[in-house]
Design a protein around this ligand. Structure first.
Ligand code: ADP
Length: 540
């Protein structure tokens, strides 16, 4: 072999931080506080503050590899931890503030967090966690809702004020850990996924490609997806890498607050789970033209399936483009994006919409296939369902600790637990998570397909379809429905709405009209709760 003769230059987060100061010192980072006021920092200021944080953490004895946790909303201090902690060789661990305190305690213990950076507004939650995590040596309180109370820990701003705004970051091995994110643990205990500098940087570069998410210097990026959920889909790093302006919503994730922020800060690119966008679309439909969204270029939607009716509704009624993407905590998280390829662009509108509402094809350097129960690779015919497997440089190779080995195949693929079809153009459609598939008689019924169709009904705001036990068929679909304000629908109407598109045996046995569908910690429909509540509904 003839070896290449190029520099061995490590792919590290440090470079992104330093570059942001060099070229985009005046670009703004806007953060919304709990009292709704906005604070502004420039990239130059953020760089100085990240250096101060690194100096402070060094003084507190944080060494390479040590875990520094965050329990925070999206804001500038969280970004500083995202950058300073990995750049100094330590590991930032984002704790999910929507989990039960017992789960947060389990996760913080498992990761052996030494320092926790916590928002003042989240101290009541943290109080239920702290005593259960003996590894915690220091607590730093971000004064988002007033200075750190006596005895709660170091005040973040006071701590930074005592430090120099410069830090000589070490040269790191690109394979060193940069961040730990835990899966939500809907099956078994949460598992830690350890992103390396290399995986983070490669993920950032590909995320910034035009056909992926396509972040550029002239973008104004609003990560609605929390920074404790799969690195906010890498958007903070993509923005820093390109010098895009960042807008952080803090704790205000309701449609009115987000629309106000999008219009006020001239946001071009926003990202979040479908439940957020369902609310935003309903608000826009109720009062069209109230907000000037003319700057918006695209909304990235992922985390669960974006219904075609929503994608179409944004586009047709409000001229807003949606980019649908799929990923997981285990994939850093971007895996696929639903772009309309040249070969699909010339087809009719329904086919183009179907491509955009699919989960798309794999981004550069992620490989995907789907397999049957025996591991046999299935055909890309758009019909055969199988479990999705992926591999690539930002796909987890194992979990932190000695757990979950059964998620990897012997030939090096990660088993996602998602049931999909893949068509001849490579577009993947998620029909279910394997634990949500409805097994009725011998037939597999896709809850996702039914939900998407139901959410296209003019009276339906949200729909979640789940398996209920059935004396004859083992399982049958039930649909939990939230109606739009002032609207009505009957079982017969909803049946009629579905009948054209689905075989009779796919139609839900009943519709439950509810006020609210329970959500997971990351804003997805919590079907296990629905199964728990209504699982025996058909047994009477
Ligand atoms: P969790 O949902 O367990 O909190 P993740 O955020 O890692 O944690 O979720 C990953 C899962 O979310 C995927 O395995 C898939 O089931 C689902 N998912 C992600 N994006 C999409 C999408 N665009 N459409 C449908 N399902 C999605």
């Amino acid at each position: 072999m003839l070896a290449g003769r190029m520099m061995d230059f490590p792919l590290t987060v440090t470079h992104l931080l330093e570059r942001a100061r060099s070229y985009f010192p005046d670009t703004e980072i806007v953060s919304r506080r709990p009292d709704k006021s906005l604070v502004r920092h420039t990239y130059a200021e953020m760089h100085g503050r990240a250096c101060q944080l690194a100096n402070a953490l060094t003084r507190l004895g944080v060494r390479k590899g040590a875990r520094v946790a965050t329990l925070s909303w999206n804001h500038v201090a969280h970004l500083e931890a995202y950058l300073a902690v990995p750049a100094m060789g330590a590991v930032v661990h984002t704790l999910n503030l929507r989990l039960h305190p017992n789960e947060i305690t389990y996760i913080a213990r498992h990761a052996e967090d030494e320092v926790v950076i916590v928002d003042h507004s989240l101290l009541p939650l943290f109080a239920k966690v702290r005593d259960g995590v003996p590894s915690i040596r220091h607590v730093i309180v971000v004064p988002d809702a007033g200075p750190a109370p006596e005895g709660s820990g170091h005040d973040y701003e006071a701590l930074l004020a005592g430090e120099r705004p410069e830090h000589d970051f070490p040269r790191l091995d690109e394979n060193a850990a940069a961040m730990i994110c835990y899966t939500s643990g809907t099956t078994g205990n949460p598992k830690g996924v350890v992103y390396s500098h290399r995986s983070t940087v490669l993920h950032t570069l590909v995320a910034c490609m035009r056909d992926t998410i396509g972040v550029g210097e002239d973008d104004v990026v609003l990560p609605v997806v929390p920074m404790f959920h799969a690195a906010a889909w890498g958007l903070p790093y993509s923005a820093v890498a390109t010098g895009a302006k960042l807008v952080f919503p803090g704790p205000h994730l309701d449609p009115a607050s987000l629309l106000d922020l999008m219009a006020r800060e001239k946001v071009t690119l926003a990202a979040g789970v479908p439940t957020i966008w369902i609310g935003i679309l309903a608000a826009l439909d109720a009062a069209p033209g109230t907000h000037d969204l003319s700057s918006m270029r695209t909304m990235i939607i992922g985390g669960s399936a974006a219904p075609a009716s929503m994608i179409e509704g944004f586009q047709k009624r409000h001229g807003l483009e949606v980019t649908h993407a799929w990923g997981m905590t285990e994939t850093n998280p971007l895996g696929t994006v639903a772009r309309v390829k040249r070969s699909v662009a010339g087809r009719d509108e329904a086919q183009r919409l179907s491509a955009r509402a699919s989960q798309g094809y794999a981004v550069t350097f992620v490989e995907k296939r789907h397999v049957d129960d025996t591991g046999k690779v299935l055909p890309r015919d758009g019909e055969t369902m199988g479990e999705l497997e992926v591999r690539g440089p930002w796909v987890a190779a194992s979990y932190y600790g000695d757990e979950g080995h059964d998620r990897w195949t012997s030939d090096g693929w990660f088993k996602t637990g998602d049931v999909v079809t893949i068509d001849a153009d490579g577009y993947m459609r998620i029909t279910d998570r394997s634990k949500d598939v409805i097994k009725s008689g011998g037939e597999w019924i896709s809850s996702v397909a039914l939900e998407n169709a139901l959410m296209a009904h003019p009276s339906v705001l949200e729909a979640a379809v789940f398996a209920a036990r059935h004396p004859r068929w083992d399982e049958r679909p039930l649909a939990a429905i939230v109606l739009k304000p002032g609207k009505t629908a009957t079982n017969a109407e909803l049946d009629a709405h579905l009948a054209g598109a689905f075989a009779k045996i796919w139609l839900p046995d009943d519709y439950l009209f509810v006020e609210q569908i329970p959500r997971t910690s990351t804003g997805k429909f919590l079907k296990s709760k629905l199964r728990e509540q209504y699982g025996d509904h058909l047994m009477k």
